[in-house]
Design a protein around this ligand. Structure first.
Ligand code: KG4
Ligand code: ZN
Length: 336
């Protein structure tokens, strides 16, 4: 089954064609980074307007790249939420129009389930598995017991990891988007330069990153004064802060995930969401499984970590949202 999928929940316009939930025949992502960079964050109205401009060229490019005609597509899918409403409407409206035009079904998809499904792409992953879902808006530990039985066991009480990265990037004036910029800056710094707090949560699998972000803010204020305007001292300090922040985040994610793996007895772990592209996060988990015979680790290909439509095509195949045609209401079959 070939599904043409659209992802427009935030600021990336993406179209992909995926066969049987795993094989990516085409994946096109048009980044709007240059549009939003001058503002240091995503402007919803601009995102929606740029989706309108890019969505049809993305569909055309995906079909051309897969060497397929519209008539060879079996179903059309789009992310229905969570996300920016104006942006979501562009993808959903386009996929529904294509469905109406061709007489083929429309399938709605949940964005978080789609991130989880990014690990099905070009892989042999099967439930049950645990997923550490780390994106710009969410941080969750999820048990995927079966394709239609997904259970959230822990989540952030305040900031998401990606959000913390974006805020720290602004404090460090590291660039936009913040996550990759801090990741790069961290590679020039010493992860042990500063000791930063790991929040203790009442529930062991929940997360909290707002205290860490505040601690980083205070640290930068203090160290900037100590650098007394010396450019090389300031550059060294920025690298060290980025590396220490990153080491604290990765350690928090690792400790909680490792504990849940041990306590739940799951043998397979996957990591998904934009932050799964992070160099240190991938390295720590990849090193850990070399010491854990029998445990399998799945991380998405770098192109499927941040928002993309291939994961939507996979989710449409494995985890479609149920649809009441009479009321046009989509409900969640899943717990997410
Ligand atoms: O999944 P995603 O593309 O969008 C949401 O669903 O939110 O995740 C975007 C988030 C942003 O906060 C971005 O800064 C972060 O993922 N991110 C990273 C890296 N690449 C993207 N964070 C840390 N290191 C990275 N290499
Ligand atoms: Zn996302």
């Amino acid at each position: 089954m070939r599904i043409l999928a659209l992802e427009t929940s935030c600021d990336d316009t993406a179209c992909a064609i995926v066969e049987d939930g795993r094989r990516v025949l085409a994946s096109v992502v048009k980044s709007q980074d240059s549009v939003h960079a001058p503002f240091g964050g995503v402007i919803p109205e601009l995102a929606a307007r740029n989706h309108i401009q890019w969505v049809n060229p993305c569909v055309a490019e995906a079909l051309a790249s897969a060497k397929l005609e519209l008539s060879e597509i079996d179903a059309f899918a789009a992310t229905l939420g969570p996300g920016l409403v104006g942006s979501l409407l562009v993808g959903a409206g386009t996929a529904k129009a294509l469905s109406f035009l061709t007489g083929r079904p429309f399938i709605g998809v949940n964005h978080l389930t789609a991130h989880i499904c990014s690990n099905f792409l070009e892989s042999d992953l099967e439930p049950p598995f645990l997923c550490l879902l780390v994106s710009g808006g969410h941080t969750q530990l999820v048990k995927v017991n079966a394709l239609d039985d997904i259970e959230i066991v822990g989540q952030t009480l305040d900031d998401a990891v990606g959000e913390a990265y974006d805020k720290v990037a602004r404090l460090l004036d590291a660039g936009f988007p913040g996550g990759p910029a801090v990741d790069k800056l961290a590679q020039q710094g010493d992860p042990n330069a500063y000791s930063l707090p790991i929040a203790v949560t009442k529930h062991p699998y929940d997360f909290s990153f707002s205290g860490l972000k505040t601690a980083v803010m205070r640290l930068i204020e203090r160290e900037t004064v100590a650098c007394a305007g010396d450019p090389s001292a300031l550059a060294l300090m920025r690298g060290n802060v980025a590396a220490s922040f990153q080491a604290t985040v990765v350690r928090t994610l690792f400790l909680k995930t490792q504990r849940l793996m041990q306590e739940s007895g799951f043998q397979t772990l996957s990591i998904a969401g934009g932050v799964s592209a992070n160099t240190a996060l991938r390295a720590v988990f990849q090193e850990w499984i070399t010491r854990c015979p029998g445990i399998r680790l799945f991380v998405p290909h770098l192109g499927y970590c941040t928002d993309n439509a291939a994961m939507v095509g996979s989710s449409a195949f494995f985890n479609p949202l149920t649809h009441d045609a009479k009321t046009e209401v989509f409900s969640r079959k899943l717990v997410i």
